[in-house]
Design a protein around this ligand. Sequence first.
Ligand code: 13P
Ligand code: SF4
Length: 303
Amino acid sequence: MKFNELEIKIKELKKKRQAIILAHNYQLPEVQDVADFRGDSLELSRIAAKTDAKVIVFCGVHFMAETASILCPDKKVIMPDINAGCPMANMITAADLKKLKAEHPGAIAVGYVNTSAQVKAELDVCCTSTNAVAVVNAFKTAKEIIFVPDKYLANFVSKQTARKLISWNGYCPTHVKILPEDIKREKRFHPEAKVMVHPECLPQVVDLADVVLSTGKMCKFAAETEAKELIVGTEVGLIYRLKQDNPKKEFYPASERAVCPNMKRTTQEKILWALEELKEEVKVADEIRQRAKLAIDKMLEIA
Ligand code: 13P
Ligand code: SF4
């Protein structure tokens, strides 16, 4: 691979700062190109938890950097653009969750990792799109299960586990842009293609898919399937990695409109500035961190 001047500077400074760069699968190609690791929410938190680096440059959205900070309090976690938030995570507050729990005493509170640290501190257990079904299945004897904030992920998990879940009215504004018509159109254009979609998609979209997977599992499925063509029902940024990993296969975005503006805020320039100034730091206060960590540890223990 040929590196440009900016990439060379990032590499040098990264070494000097003893930093690693983690990038979510939806990041811009230029960001993925300078990352040490790219992956889904679960893979990135696992890497953050075991790295020896002193500094973690998190190229993703705020809750992901917070998760890294919760898991590694002794490391400096920095975001190249601190304003990269997740609108779905912002759809529920800790006060909302406390109220919901009070309405359902004794219920197990399961929360998607796409939540703030304050919300995680109120959860019994966290989950990601990779392990949500396994996490809910781990509480077979629970009388009631709360599942926040994504109502579409809750719907998918409820169907897979045959359990009624108490859900919240949250959703991902990017994934709901993918419509059933988009899948039907792409299937007409590419009749041989397999359809993989993210569980954050609308239920009518999920119903049309061959497989419903997290972004990390989509990468694995794409590499292992016999299919030579795949229709991809998630944020368009994943296509870059899919094509790089599988140069002989064709990938078609279900909808070009499925773009997460927050995931696109990070650029190579911002990564370089972040490494120069070691800013902006994401640090979760200890009292919240310890409680939030229990929910993340519980997830890692189950899945
Ligand atoms: P995963 O990469 O964990 O599937 O999550 C998708 C997503 O929307 C992250 O914000
Ligand atoms: Fe949040 Fe959706 Fe963007 Fe993921 S793709 S960060 S869930 S808004």
